[in-house]
Design a protein around this ligand. Structure first.
Ligand SMILES: Nc1ncnc2c1ncn2[C@@H]1O[C@H](COP(=O)(O)OP(=O)(O)OP(=O)(O)O)[C@@H](O)[C@H]1O
Ligand SMILES: [Mg+2]
Length: 384
């Protein structure tokens, strides 16, 4: 996030904010070609100049974080105290004011050209919902009209099978690994499957898994040069065909994970928190422990490879509030971990398992269930 790349010049503001304001801020900032933290800093400056700002609705506010220039957090706290408003009221007023004074820009007039958006869905803990999220988000983005490539980056091939597609045969010299190693014998476009459901308008493409990916780490460790760039090199010939590329990460922390993290690093001129890692988690202790290890690998990669790998946020999955207070407390704790914290909460619903059993994409199987609706809301935010 900002603090890591900007050195000591920024600090983290953690405050409650309603999901609607958070989403609107993110979308508008992206439309205007601004980083989220710059947009927030600008919102606060405008608010400081308007001591008469009207009260706004703060119902449903959840923990959220962003980075401000050094001194910004104390200044914000002091201003709230002076105006006798809570921090959640203060930030909500500032962002509402900024949204009113910075209207949306029509798509054709946007100034900043950006590389393809790259999202890695990952956490090494097994079964937390990576494949559910990768598949669901890809479907929702394609349904919105975006051109989406979803890459089955896990040798288990769950994503490929759940979308009703075939794995790439071993020894075909057409797998992702073959392309990464530079030994493929045909264009990577010929390895793609187009999802046939009309709701995706032929915009949703899958790069299926191949079981050779079980050899990923061994094969890649033998590469003499350019290992870190191998995924970018493999996908480069087709990146221009897509608005978004989503990787369904494996439940491991090996070399293949380093390469996937490297692929989603912030490219020169790319806005902060646009590409990066989205992490599904459960509201339980092992998920926290898994995240800490995962995050230390991300930080090490950033230091050693001198790149910035942004965390886009958490998705709390299969959440069941009836399971008691500790689950609720852990759910809240996730909100305080990274900026911008928890982007979505999904409960455990039978439609996901039913769709999976039938190998039908969830949004096609039940377009109106709560999971499908939640995925569309998340997709709006992730598209920004
Ligand atoms: N919100 C949900 N409601 C119902 N079932 C879910 C939900 N999220 C995930 N599941 C189910 O839980 C199981 C594990 O989910 P999934 O395969 O997406 O996890 P994963 O993190 O990709 O696992 P792996 O680590 O093996 O790759 C699957 O059977 C999936 O359909
Ligand atoms: Mg999976």
């Amino acid at each position: 996030m900002g603090a890591e790349i900007d050195g000591e010049s920024s600090e983290k503001l953690i405050v409650n904010l309603s999901p609607d304001l958070r989403r609107d801020l993110r979308i508008r900032a992206a439309e205007l070609g601004l980083n989220l933290s710059d947009a927030t800093a600008s919102a606060l400056s405008a608010w400081y100049a308007r001591p008469d700002s009207a009260a706004v609705e703060v119902k449903g506010a959840k923990s959220w974080g962003t980075y401000l220039p050094a001194g910004g957090v104390a200044r914000f706290a002091a201003e709230c105290q002076q105006r006798d408003v809570t921090k959640v009221q203060g930030i909500s007023q500032a962002i509402s004011l900024w949204l009113q004074t910075n209207p949306a820009v029509p798509a054709g007039d946007r100034l900043v050209s950006q590389p393809v958006k790259r999202i890695l869905i990952a956490l090494q803990k097994g079964g937390v919902g990576k494949t559910f999220l990768a598949a669901g988000l890809a479907q929702a983005l394609a349904e919105m009209g975006l051109r989406v490539l979803v890459v089955d980056y896990d040798p288990q091939g769950h994503l490929t099978r759940r979308l009703g597609q075939e794995l790439i045969p071993m020894d075909s010299k057409a797998s992702l690994l073959d392309h990464m190693l530079g030994v493929a014998t045909r264009h990577i476009r010929r390895s793609l499957a187009v999802l046939p459901q009309s709701r995706f308008g032929e915009r949703l493409h899958l790069l299926p898994a191949c079981q050779d990916a079980f050899l990923f780490d061994v094969a890649l460790s033998r590469m003499r040069a350019g290992r870190e760039e191998s995924l970018a090199r493999a996908l480069e010939p087709i990146e221009g065909d897509y608005d978004v590329i989503i990787l369904d990460g494996p439940p491991s922390l090996g070399l293949s994970m380093d390469i996937a993290m490297h692929y989603v690093h912030r490219r020169p001129g790319e806005l902060a928190d646009r590409s990066g890692i989205l992490m599904p988690v459960w509201p339980d202790l092992p998920s926290f422990q898994a995240y800490d290890l995962f995050d230390s690998q991300r930080r090490e990669l950033m230091t050693m490879a001198r790149v910035q790998v942004d965390e886009l946020g958490f998705v709390v999955n299969a959440y069941d509030a009836r399971k008691g207070a500790s689950v609720q407390a852990r759910h809240d704790e996730w909100g305080e971990r990274s900026a911008p914290g928890v982007l979505a909460v999904f409960t455990d619903l039978k439609e996901q398992r039913e769709a999976q059993d039938r190998a039908i994409p969830l949004l096609e199987y039940d377009p109106h269930c709560d999971l499908s609706k939640g995925l569309r809301t998340l997709a709006k935010e992730m598209a920004a």
